[in-house]
Design a protein around this ligand. Structure first.
Ligand code: NAD
Ligand code: IPM
Ligand code: MN
Length: 357
């Protein structure tokens, strides 16, 4: 038997509702394949924990997470705790402490989903590789002359050669494995230090991959092309902040945040990687079983890939697609009336019936 140890951080808002469905899928796999075991331990960290303890996680929380094979996270952030505190003390702290420098976010229009785009443009299948350790999220900055009329707030984007090169190289490796092009999205015309440097590094790294077609777009124009001609993008590599924004845009084109998955990966495997849907805690629908669990379940599929169980990762994605094409058990964001748990059970039963064939 192969055992994988998963640290579960359900977190805030809809986080616990959607991660419960992710675990339902892992339990289904255990039933179908007795050679696999998923052992999990839950960590009750988040905004409720903060209200009791004045912090988002235990002081030695990072140490506690270290031994796990992976972390599965729902969402972090809830009204009542300032977002910059809740996120920097938990989600961003984990990404940084474990040097999860690759954020893999597939933007793919699955069968059964209607894109808001005109149908002839809706051939969408890209893999966004978002830099996940530095850039605009370096946490470098200051507030000068605070509270005075002369106040100045600084937020410095940090682009190291090591950090920039490794993410671009990762994207090229993904493209080489998949036989696809690489598109860099940056902003060298205005950001005359950081993004000029990014563009230079992209150019340098691309010379090591002569067989791979490359494109380079400015982020403003790229945003337009995401909407008017998404088919031109295959593997996309971009900075932390641009990747954050572009993947919510991409989610909007492919079924919404309820369907958008992500993986925060440390490719060295020195520390655990973290799997989480790209959406947040959705306070507007939290607590009512209204959330779509498919994004969180897709993140489980990414986790299975990461564990080397690609066959199962693929099956889970197929079960999600079957759920969408059947269309009879969907949550309200997809036009249905199902609860979060019903949608999760539907994916589980699709998985079971696929195995019977
Ligand atoms: P959000 O992603 O939580 O919600 C945006 C909109 O999408 C809302 O209308 C919500 O109802 C909808 N939505 C999101 N996920 C859904 C799902 N699974 N099913 C159906 N509808 C879904 O973004 P927000 O409202 O801007 O942020 C809320 C909180 O979450 C903030 O505190 C923010 O900082 C935090 N946040 C956390 C993460 C994370 O933990 N990774 C990501 C984004 C935002
Ligand atoms: C995401 C989220 C986070 C980010 C926030 C909550 C800090 O929006 O995972 O996309 O910006 O990375
Ligand atoms: Mn985001």
């Amino acid at each position: 038997t192969k055992t994988f140890n998963i640290a579960s951080i359900p977190g805030d808002g809809i986080g616990p509702e959607v991660t419960a469905e992710g675990f339902k899928i892992l339990q289904t796999i255990e039933k179908l394949d007795p050679s696999l075991r998923f052992q999990s331990k839950e960590f009750p960290w988040g905004c409720e924990f903060y209200s009791r303890h004045g912090k988002m996680m235990d002081d030695d929380g990072i140490e506690q997470l270290k031994p796990f094979d992976a972390i599965y996270l729902g969402a972090v952030g809830y009204p009542g705790v300032p977002d910059h505190i809740s996120l920097w003390d938990l989600l961003l702290r984990i990404r940084k402490s474990f040097d999860q420098y690759v954020n893999i976010r597939p933007i793919t229009l699955l069968d059964g989903v209607t894109s808001p785009l005109r149908s002839e443009y809706a051939d969408i299948d890209m893999l966004v590789i978002r830099e996940n350790s530095e850039g605009e999220y370096a946490g470098a900055g200051d507030r000068l002359f605070q509270g005075t009329k002369e106040e100045v707030a600084l937020q410095t984007g940090v682009f190291s050669r090591k950090g920039t090169e490794r993410i671009i190289r990762y994207a090229f490796e993904e493209a080489r494995a998949a036989g696809k092009s690489v598109t860099s999205i940056s902003k060298g015309n205005a950001l005359n230090y950081s993004m000029v440097f990014w563009d230079e590094v992209f150019e340098e790294v691309s010379r090591d991959y002569p067989g791979i077609t490359t494109y380079s777009y400015l982020v403003d124009a790229a945003s337009m092309f995401f909407v008017t001609d998404p088919a031109r993008f295959e593997v996309v590599v971009t900075s932390n902040l641009f990747g954050d924004i572009l993947t919510d845009l991409g989610a909007g084109l492919t079924g919404g945040l309820g369907l958008a998955a992500g993986a925060n990966v440390n490719p060295t495997k020195e520390y655990p990687s973290m799997f989480e849907p790209i959406h947040g805690s959705a306070p507007d629908i939290a607590g009512g079983q209204k959330a779509n669990p498919l994004a969180a379940i897709w993140s489980v599929s990414q986790m299975l890939d990461f564990f080397g169980e690609e066959a199962w990762g693929k099956k889970v994605l197929q079960a999600i697609e079957k759920t969408l094409t059947d269309g009879d058990v969907l949550t309200p964001d997809m036009g249905g009336t199902a609860t979060t748990a019903e949608a999760g059970s539907k994916v589980a039963s699709c998985l079971e019936s696929m195995m019977e064939k």
